[in-house]
Design a binder for this molecule. Structure first.
Ligand code: SF4
Ligand code: SF4
Length: 157
């Protein structure tokens, strides 16, 4: 008999607690939003100028980047975030030249310290202002930055 009484008391207490919680939830549900507009303002949202979003190779108007595959950014990155894959080609005048095959960047391990950008001797790197990086698959965090076919690369094919 005593346990039934305890059961009924705890049931009523639980119900009162649930109703209190639902009252607050219901009130907040109908309260207009007053602070954040994101993601409704995604199209017009602009981060501050020095915001570091994602590392990118800088391309000119002819789709050429300035990277000479020297590997300095890879050496200076404290996290092993950058992997430069390069090869050697022979130019028309018979000289040997190193060229970039793949510039791989793992944003999942980047600390956005910008050492790579500041130490690149050719000013080939920059940070863009993308801020939405969420993904379902970790492997997609590795990006190939030389993702455009340049006139030079077309000639090599
Ligand atoms: S991005 Fe700059 S530092 Fe890195 S490999 Fe290319 S030229 Fe060298
Ligand atoms: S910002 Fe820093 S951690 Fe990220 S790739 Fe460049 S050097 Fe590496």
């Amino acid at each position: 008999m005593k346990s039934l009484k305890n059961y009924i008391i705890s049931f009523v207490q639980g119900l009162i607690s649930l109703l209190k919680g639902m009252r607050i939830t219901g009130k907040e549900f109908f309260t207009p939003k007053v602070t954040e507009q994101y993601p409704e303002n995604r199209a017009t949202l602009k981060p501050f100028d020095r915001y570091r979003g994602e590392l990118v190779l800088v391309y000119d108007e002819n789709n050429n980047h300035k990277c000479i595959a020297c590997g300095i950014c890879q050496q200076n990155c404290p996290n092993g975030t950058i992997q430069i894959i390069s090869s050697k080609i022979t130019t028309e005048d018979g000289k040997t030249k190193r060229v970039l095959d793949k510039y791989l960047y793992d944003i999942g391990s980047c600390t956005f310290c910008q050492l790579c950008v500041t130490t690149c001797p050719h000013k080939a790197l920059a940070f863009d202002q993308k801020f939405e990086h969420a993904l379902f698959t970790r492997s997609k965090l590795v990006r190939q930055l030389n993702n455009r076919t340049t006139p030079n690369e077309e000639n090599r094919q």
